[in-house]
Design a protein around this ligand. Structure first.
Ligand code: FNR
Length: 367
């Protein structure tokens, strides 16, 4: 049942307190440190307003987009979010059912609590539903990464999305204060985040000689591209020069993201670097965006600033907690309708019509 009082996509965030135990919610809602970046991700949308048009013929209007050869009903997908059994006993199965019902793209986390084959089995590309994509954390041993790739290829996944920004993930103080510990029944079905705990010599840095020594480099990306038949996207890119280098290296697409503000507090809000990344890679490289999306107006603004489509992370978990598959499907429908309303007021008949000229920066953006 759709929970009463949910009138807008954002309402699922308001409901979260009622649906998710406080310590789990602190882990999910939190970012890193004092959560400044996580908050700034959402606040960044408040800097922009939508410029309306009138007398436009929108009778053929629609939200379909073609991303990497596949048609998505709307430019809104489900971000890879780990451990979905934290908020619902059937976890990713429910999310997959929502993706199937709404023909939305689903990115499954390496740290999902449901095997990737089970998720793929709930989606039918023959019925026009987008194939799921697998978000990848490179595993400490290449043979384990290879095994994951073979499973994703065999199960019909459409792409691999290598997350590059999670080598350092400092916990949210809010989650630490709430005493959050991952419950024993939330076990990742495929692999780890990729950084093994290794003993360091005295005086070595846990950051440089620890986490960063295990972190992916350009040669690992080249290896990955050669190791799979699937297109390889990269997620967690904010710097325009990095984006350009990754596009030049042959990545299928780029996800502009700061991991929902969960790496190190103080990182720039995702939206603030989106226009520069789009400019650096040109108009032809597919670009997804995530970070702070809470409404269809936020989706509109990200599209106007250069994204081909967006992903939603936390909202997905909040809707999953509130009403399972129905909640996630309802969330996607609400986001789509809110986006359509923005397109209508801005005179845009298709996503391609949504350009930077539809936005105006407002100086007093905390209004
Ligand atoms: C994430 N995110 C994430 N990203 C990724 O590449 N692999 C993962 O396993 C996870 N896991 C994960 C768990 C939780 C609880 C959260 C909140 C986030 C990041 C996610 O894909 C996305 O980048 C952000 O969540 C987007 O920001 P919003 O929509 O949550 O504001």
């Amino acid at each position: 049942r759709i929970p009463p009082g949910v009138l807008a996509a954002r309402d699922y965030e308001r409901l979260a307190e009622q649906c998710i135990p406080a310590d789990r919610l602190a882990y999910i809602a939190g970012g890193s440190g004092e959560d400044w970046t996580a908050r700034a991700n959402s606040a960044a949308f408040g800097r922009w307003s939508i410029v309306p048009r009138v007398l436009r013929d929108l009778r053929t209007g629609h939200t379909r987009v073609r991303i990497a050869g596949e048609v998505w009903a709307q430019p809104i997908g489900l971000a890879p979010v780990a451990f979905q059994k934290l908020v619902h006993p059937r976890g990713e199965r429910e999310t997959a059912r929502a993706a199937a019902a709404t023909h939305s793209p689903l990115l499954l986390s390496t740290l999902a609590t449901t095997p990737l084959e089970e998720v793929a089995g709930l989606l039918s590309p023959e019925a026009g539903q987008p194939r799921p994509w697998l978000q990848l954390y490179l595993q400490p041993r290449r043979e384990d990464t290879l095994a994951l790739l073979r499973r994703a290829e065999a199960a019909g996944y459409g792409a691999i999305v290598l997350t590059l920004d999670a080598s350092i993930q400092l916990a949210s103080h809010r989650a630490l204060r709430a005493g959050f510990r991952m419950p024993a029944d939330c076990v990742p079905a495929h692999g780890s985040i990729g950084v093994p705990a290794s003993a360091l010599p005295a005086g070595a840095s846990r950051i440089f000689q620890g986490a960063m020594a295990q972190s992916a480099r350009h040669e690992d990306l080249a290896w990955l591209r050669g190791a799979t038949t699937l297109p390889v996207w990269v997620k967690g890119v904010l710097d325009p020069a990095d984006a350009r280098a990754l596009a030049d290296a042959g990545c299928a697409g780029i996800v502009v993201s700061n991991h929902g503000g969960r790496t190190v507090d103080g990182v720039a809000p995702s939206l603030s670097l989106l226009p520069a990344v789009r400019e650096a890679i040109g108009s032809h490289v597919p670009l997804l965006f995530d970070g702070g999306i809470r409404s269809g107006a936020d989706v509109f603004k990200a599209l106007a600033l250069g994204a081909n489509a967006v992903l939603v992370g936390r909202l997905q978990l909040y809707a999953l907690a509130a009403a399972g598959a129905l909640g996630v499907a309802h969330l996607l429908q609400l986001l789509g309708e809110e986006l359509q309303a923005c397109m209508a007021v801005a005179g845009c008949a298709s996503v391609a019509d949504i350009g930077p000229d539809r936005l105006l920066a407002v100086p007093d953006f905390n209004a």
